[in-house]
Design a protein around this ligand. Sequence first.
Ligand SMILES: *Cc1c(COP(=O)(O)O)cnc(C)c1O
Length: 348
Amino acid sequence: MLPAEVLVRAQAEMLDWNGSGMSVMEMSHRGKEFMSIAEKAESDLRALMAIPDNYRVLFMQGGASSQFAMVPINLLGERSSADYLLTGQWSKKAIAEAKRYCDVNVVADTSGSHFTTVPSADSLDFSPDAAFVHYTPNETIVGVEFAYIPETGDVPLVADLSSTILSRPLDVSRYGVIYAGAQKNIGPAGVTVVIVRDDLIGNAMPTMPAMFDYKTHADNGSMYNTPPTYSWYLAGLVFEWLLQKGGLEAMAEINRRKAEKLYAAIDGSDFYSNPVDKVCRSWMNVPFILADAELDAKFLQQAAEHNLYTLKGHRSVGGMRASIYNAMPMEGIDALISFMADFEQRYG
Ligand SMILES: *Cc1c(COP(=O)(O)O)cnc(C)c1O
């Protein structure tokens, strides 16, 4: 979901942004109107996340999947290996991509539990000569997340924050690089936010395309080529909305309550279940299965009749998944819980 207020505002500004006589889609990305939109989006994101001054914020394209390659391309430098935590389908993809560029030490692997848990902080044994440590704080498909930030000493920590960015406050200074495709918790698809500590810029492999070098984007204010202007604008409207809602402390409070309520309904039923360890259940992605998978299609169809959409679980795990990002209000959780109870009563 995107916040309704944001969509209504975009609608109002669709044909004429701020008296400019143009739609944002029609603006030159280098014109003063779009430059002001771009700068405000960055300063609002910096305020929301309290991003320190020695970090650059890049608005890029190519999604988190491109970052799977850009991270090793930019961070390896003279080194030949990196540490990765394997905790789900997205970290698995990040590892596969990194293997094209370096030796990957898999320092934790929870595939044995079908990714229903995360490694404990004290079980992590990082390699002193790794160029960086990469992990996925929230694994979107299985709905498992880290309740702690791994301690990596002087080795830069890299996080694929695609599905949990902006859901709560985060100490950005603990990270070397944070990246997130916008389409989960920021705005529409098309823009990828990369937050990178400035000393990690400028070391890209020289044979790689300029577009894959963080320095290209940092030196050009993310306008080396034409950026995804409309997605950037909508992301900016979402940042403004979040600030108005009280920022990330306020989001954390409501997100925690939303997730707790939904998990309590699942755990309190004999018909629905969630296999993830209670201590590392995701606040954003809540997968659940029905006692009888034969009822899945019926559940989805009837849910849609109650205006409850996109509940189908990822094809790799099946069942259901409720993605309850920032814009999902508590009323949405209540509506889902009440539909689930009703469905259970009729078919359970
Ligand atoms: C969705 C997702 C991705 C893939 O993002 P794209 O922007 O489609 O490349 C990567 N990592 C995580 C954690 C995701 O949730």
